[in-house]
Design a protein around this ligand. Structure first.
Ligand SMILES: [Zn+2]
Length: 119
């Protein structure tokens, strides 16, 4: 049986994904089966946090009062080294193709992954 690893959604400074033992596919959203081959019980693993920017979207208007203090802020899609794509926060000057690493930051009262350019 695979246990549940703590990740940022529960306040831990960690990004967790699932890896299929049968076909090797990686997926970010937790399911009880592999979305590629249907094998049950994918293993949970910790991601390194390294990745490449796939898309960026600078948010200039806050959706809620809690996020107003943060504008403008950047929402990025990152292709993570372990083989899945995730949405997260990132530095405002990130560009498509930049190599990035995850750290964690407080945003509107919760801990979120925050990608920084690898120097
Ligand atoms: Zn699979």
């Amino acid at each position: 049986m695979s246990g549940k690893l703590a990740d940022w959604t529960t306040g831990a400074e960690s990004i967790v994904y699932q890896s299929c033992a049968a076909c090797g596919a990686a997926q970010y959203f937790r399911r009880s089966f592999c979305a590629v081959c249907g094998a049950p019980d994918p293993q949970e693993k910790r991601a390194s946090g390294a990745g490449t920017v796939y898309a960026t979207s600078l948010v200039c208007r806050a959706a809620t009062p809690e996020t107003r203090a943060h504008v403008p802020y950047n929402i990025v899609l990152v292709d993570i080294a372990e083989g899945f794509r995730m949405m997260a926060h990132g530095e405002n000057d990130l560009a498509i193709g930049d190599k990035v690493n995850a750290r964690f930051a407080q945003f509107a009262g919760r801990l979120v992954p925050y990608f920084q350019k690898v120097k």
